[in-house]
Design a protein around this ligand. Structure first.
Ligand SMILES: *Cc1c(COP(=O)(O)O)cnc(C)c1O
Length: 430
């Protein structure tokens, strides 16, 4: 749970979350303990009834995790936040916290492949239905996807790997006109480059596995609540938050926890029952990454823009998609929502199509082929043969992934070394 955000973002990166008192460790300690001790049986009973807050079991809460969740909450300017074991768990919890069997939500179609699968296949099996929409369609068009049982609108600030920039204000207007929250996956820009709450988003999720950790060391996720969505105003739509929870003796989250209701419910109900907790060890690593986020993200962006410009000028490159290129379809939106830079990721295709794109990738030496993105080391991936392998051609196109598309994640090495490696690999292409 977060205090009011008064410091500048660089200071929050370095110092927020863990505030040691006299004689305590300067560095956030890893509370490597599943359990926490109490003096009386009654003290612990009160924790189980949510009458008092405190630690009792790391599946629900752990001081290391809470300090890091607090830092991320402050970075996003939210009121409450939590860590999850992965970005996938964060997306699932964010929706499952307010959707149950028979409900429906609306999502942009150009989203991360794993999220697409979670929504289109796994959540459908739970009886939760999704309608995918084109995020660039008009408000009127997108509104047609809403039904009386719709509970949320979901999209990515910068979509992975389609690299579409979200018009967050438009999405917030659509969501709010239908009485549902806007949930935004802010993994790619990070709060260094965009803070979606300022534009009307209600809930933010992260795959902290990416830039936040930044070193490809620990899988993790986070959910942050702005505290701005008025659940009580749509009490019938969100009974899980506004009606008594029998598993806690009839407690009502909105009444008992106010602006903390949404995150408290996700912790004490979903984390209790589903258990996708982050390990404190990983939270420690994530925190180290966060301490330099404000230094790394600008360098990723600076390098990526130079690489994108280089690729664009190369005769063997068919197309480059990076929102900060001036002729890009999303340039104007990126200037509005991402004035300081987008991220290190871009996509491009090589003349000669799919086969030449694969040949190019196999010729790279410094740049590695890995199923990862958004860390310090430059890497590439071919979504059609890797992350999006499960999708049909039709789904691929709807997810914004052309068969020849190469996703390049530019790291923080010297940009000339990155360009030299790309140049020598392009020489091998016909
Ligand atoms: C990687 C990613 C996810 C999934 O996160 P994991 O930590 O891999 O579970 C979700 N959204 C986006 C935008 C991602 O890049």
């Amino acid at each position: 749970m977060s205090k009011e955000n008064k410091k500048n973002i660089e200071t929050i990166c370095v110092q927020a979350g863990w505030t040691p008192k006299k004689g305590e460790p300067r560095v956030l300690p890893i509370y490597q303990s599943t359990t926490f001790k109490y003096e009386t049986s009654e003290q612990m009973g009160k924790l189980f009834d949510l009458e008092e807050s405190g630690y009792f079991y790391t599946r629900l809460q752990n001081p290391t995790n809470d300090a890091v969740a607090d830092k991320i909450t402050q970075l996003e300017g939210g009121v409450a936040g939590m860590l999850t074991s992965s970005g996938q768990a964060a997306s699932f919890y964010a929706l499952f916290n307010i959707c149950s069997a028979g409900d429906h939500f609306v999502s942009a179609s150009t989203i991360y492949g794993g999220t697409y699968n979670l929504f289109a296949v796994t959540m459908k099996k739970l009886g939760i239905d999704v309608t995918f929409i084109d995020q660039d369609a008009s408000e009127e068009e997108i509104s047609k996807a809403f039904q009386p049982n719709t509970k949320a609108l979901f999209a990515e600030t910068i979509s992975n790997p389609a690299m579409n920039v979200l018009d967050i204000e438009k999405f917030a207007r659509i969501a709010h006109s239908h009485g549902v929250p806007l949930i935004v996956d802010n993994t790619f820009p990070t709060p260094i480059n965009c803070r979606p709450f300022q534009w009307g988003a209600d809930i933010i999720i992260h795959s902290t596995t990416k830039y936040m950790d930044g070193h490809a060391a620990a899988v993790g996720g986070a959910i942050v609540d702005s505290g701005n969505f008025d659940w009580e105003a749509y009490a019938d739509k969100f009974p899980g938050l506004t009606q008594p929870d029998e598993s806690y003796h009839g407690l009502t989250y909105t009444k008992a926890f106010g602006k903390g209701a949404y995150i408290t419910k996700a912790v004490v109900q979903l984390m209790r029952d589903l258990g996708s907790a982050q390990s404190p060890q990983n939270a420690f690593l994530l925190n180290l990454g966060l301490e330099t986020l404000h230094l790394r993200v600008p360098r990723h962006c600076e390098n990526a823009l130079k690489v994108a410009q280089y690729l664009q000028s190369h005769p063997k490159v068919a197309w480059v998609h990076y929102p900060k290129l001036e002729d890009n379809k999303y340039y104007e939106l990126s200037e509005k929502y991402l004035p300081n830079g987008a991220c290190g990721v871009m996509t491009f295709g090589i003349k000669g199509g799919r086969d030449e794109s694969v040949r190019f990738m196999d010729s790279l030496k410094l740049v590695a082929i890995v199923t990862h993105v958004a860390d310090a080391r430059t890497c590439v991936l071919h979504p059609a043969s890797h992350t999006h392998r499960q999708l049909s051609d039709e789904q691929l196109i709807s997810a914004g992934v052309a068969p020849d598309l190469i996703r390049l994640s530019v790291g923080i090495e010297n940009v000339n070394d990155i360009i030299n490696d790309i140049e020598q690999a392009l020489e091998d292409v016909k």
